[in-house]
Ligand binder design. Structure first.
Ligand code: BTN
Length: 319
């Protein structure tokens, strides 16, 4: 018997007697007690009472695949879910197994020593965050890969709101901001054969309960715990994110998903500076096209920008 089965009984937070668990699992009460002890050692706050049995009073903020699975309602995503302690980068780990892994495999780590951001930047990944990579193998052309980013950014924004009540807006193309400060970054790396997508590794970095003191000043960053004044259960947030991602991936290519992405945008209507392969432009963002392009009014010209770095400007900086 695994402690996972005991957690299955206790996860509701109600009292459950040792006898009931022992009978239902077909084991002795001593075996139940042994598992309770091991769960306590792993940080689970389990109260006991001779009359009522056991009750889960506090879950530790550790990444435990078993605990995440208990709250997971997906049909196919994260059927293979691995929680690691320290890795270089979850995207790297995912890439090393991607060829043989099932679509929907998820890699999580407590910390990363060489977390990667977009545009070859590094990504600070101390304990308390969600550092997660998904291996996805949708049958879409390479040119449609932007839809994955669209789906994932919408999904994470919805999940953060659902779990914490905080509004995390999407900064084009796929950062999430709370009050103009970055809460989540997404790095998607693809492998393709001819022009068909072979697999995509979608890496998500979310500052949940991390200590910001190790972050460089130049980054306008916040954390969910900072915004709320208390810690957030990473397991609950991860389960919700995965469910929202599964649902959003099933909507890829739809008008509805594009509308969701557009309506959650905090870039539309802003003055921005864009650095892209074709140069640097300042202008006002008029809209977001169905193919993910940003429509920028720059002087007399209306530009379509498909990829690049975007900085939101305050009205005066833009002048
Ligand atoms: C960005 O620059 O905004 C994207 C940051 C993506 C960070 C995540 S953390 C999990 C995954 N592993 C990495 O090395 N990077 C991504």
């Amino acid at each position: 018997m695994a402690s996972q089965e005991i957690l299955g009984f206790l996860v509701s937070g109600e009292w459950v007697s040792g006898e009931e668990m022992a009978t239902r699992l077909g084991v002795s009460r001593a075996a139940i007690w042994k598992q309770i002890r091991s769960l306590r050692k792993r940080g689970y706050g389990i109260e006991s009472s001779t009359k009522r049995g056991y009750r889960l009073a506090k879950r530790p903020d550790i990444l435990d695949a078993g605990l995440i699975r208990l709250g997971l309602k997906t049909k196919w995503l994260a059927k293979d879910l691995r929680c690691l302690s320290e890795v270089t980068s979850t995207n790297e780990v995912a890439r090393s197994i991607a060829r043989d892994a099932a679509s929907g495999t998820v890699i999580l780590a407590e910390t990363q020593t060489r977390g990667k951001g977009r545009l070859s930047r590094s990504w600070t990944s101390p304990p308390g965050g969600i550092w997660m990579s998904l291996i996805l193998k949708p049958k879409i052309p390479l040119a449609g890969a932007y839809q994955i980013n669209m789906a994932v950014s919408v999904a994470v924004s919805k999940a953060i709101h659902g779990v914490t009540g905080l509004a995390a807006g999407i900064k084009w193309p796929n950062d999430l901001l709370i009050r103009e400060k970055k809460i989540c970054g997404i790095l998607t790396e693809v492998s393709a054969e001819m022009d068909q997508l072979d697999y995509a590794i979608v890496g998500l970095g979310i500052n949940v309960n991390v200590d910001l003191s190790g972050f460089s000043e130049e980054w306008r960053t916040t954390t969910l715990s900072n915004e709320l004044g208390h810690d957030v259960s990473r397991s609950e947030l991860i389960s919700r994110i995965l469910l929202e991602i599964e649902e959003a991936l099933e909507m890829m290519g739809s008008r509805e998903l594009h509308e969701e992405w557009r309506s959650r945008s905090v870039t539309v209507g802003k003055r921005v500076r864009i650095s892209s392969a074709s140069g640097e432009f300042v202008g006002e963002v008029m809209d977001l096209a169905v193919d993910g392009a940003l429509l920028l009014q720059s002087g007399e010209e209306m530009k379509r920008v498909l990829a690049g770095d975007c900085i939101h400007l305050r009205p005066l900086e833009a002048a």
